[in-house]
Design a protein around this ligand. Structure first.
Ligand code: NAP
Ligand code: COA
Length: 269
């Protein structure tokens, strides 16, 4: 890592929902290693405490744990106020908490559908509102973690597709309303990220995983650090004029099937 990278986020305070595992933990690690003060939170207090403790050990940075269900706006607001007292008001806020299960529409109860929409979409709104209400200085970077399902319909993902599509539109609306205050609002849409709960739920077998890799232009899964780099980029001066965008970080998966299986190349005679 270069010196400039080490200092890149030294004046930043990041609050990260879902920062206790997977992709968001990877973002938290990269941020803490580049000097940002970080608060990671989820529903499970012990999981967040363990995550924060390992991040402090691994990065030598300042990382505190939090505990709130993103579906509960009062709990999020209280956590944000407490965390601001401890490490300062955030200038980066990541709405990364989500829930997913794979089920046909006929196997999703109204409460199952509502649960995912509440965690993903309402949760993102609750987080961004709580941050705004706390008082964000110009230059603040709000980032939602969306997914390819937000733009691409997928069988057995009706609830997730609806929730993530809602996030994509929410990001654009907030970017329009809050731009005049110097607040930027963007989303990152990761492709499949190795070693995460999301991938285990969507592609549980080695064979399915291999199939996905063969259909992706860069022929590999992403890493949590890939998404951390994108979040750091968009929050840095390099991203200063970027708002209301959905940034794909997916190894080219969105481009379509890269395997060539759909065509047969005829022999040239
Ligand atoms: P993960 O490890 O399961 O992380 C989910 C996080 O959200 C955990 O920290 C969890 O902590 C927290 N969480 C869940 N429900 C919550 C709630 N109601 N309130 C507060 N926190 C809650 O998942 P992941 O696979 O890394 O996915 C992270 C994000 O990336 C999600 O937004 C997902 O949609 C997106 N994404 C993932 C992939 C992928 O390949 N994995 C691809 C595209 C997009 P607790 O359990 O303690 O609450
Ligand atoms: N198929 C169909 N419905 C399901 C389901 C599945 N695999 N898993 C849960 N549900 C339904 C439940 O049956 C329930 O509906 P009901 O009351 O009509 O029976 C509803 O979803 C809520 O389930 P519950 O377990 O009470 O929700 P929760 O708030 O405790 O947990 C989940 C939320 C279900 C999304 C859970 O999987 C979770 O916590 N996920 C976080 C981790 C994650 O998903 N990571 C990947 C991110 S991409």
């Amino acid at each position: 890592m270069s010196d400039s990278h080490e200092k890149q986020l030294a004046d930043r305070v990041a609050f990260i929902s879902g920062g206790s595992s997977g992709i968001n933990l990877g973002i938290a690690k990269l941020f803490a290693s580049r000097g940002a003060k970080v608060m990671v939170f989820g529903r499970d207090d012990r999981k967040a405490r363990n995550a924060a403790a390992s991040l402090v050990e691994e990065t030598g940075g300042i990382v505190i744990p939090g505990n709130a269900d993103v579906r509960d706006p009062a709990a999020v607001a209280t956590l944000f106020a407490k965390s601001a007292m401890a490490i300062g008001k955030p200038n980066i806020v990541i709405a990364g908490a989500a829930g997913n299960f794979v089920a046909p529409a006929t196997g999703i109860s109204p409460n199952g559908f509502k649960t995912v929409v509440d965690i993903d979409l309402l949760g993102t709104f609750n987080i961004f509102r709580a941050a705004y209400d706390l008082g964000l200085a110009p230059g603040a970077s709000l980032i939602a973690i969306t997914a390819p399902q937000g733009a691409q319909p997928l069988p057995f993902q009706a609830h997730v597709c609806a929730a993530k599509a809602g996030i994509n539109m929410l990001v654009k609306c907030l970017a329009l309303e809050w731009g005049q205050a110097g607040i930027r609002v963007n989303a990152i849409s990761p492709g499949p990220i190795e070693g995460t709960e999301g991938v285990e739920r969507m592609a549980p077998t080695a064979e399915t995983k291999q199939g996905w890799i063969e259909r992706t232009a860069l022929r590999r899964f992403g890493t949590p650090a890939d998404i951390g780099e994108m979040a750091a980029f968009i929050s840095s001066p390099a991203g200063a004029y970027v708002t209301g965008t959905i940034l794909d970080c997916d190894g080219g998966m969105k481009l379509g099937d890269a395997s060539g299986d759909l065509l047969t190349v005829p022999a040239r005679g």
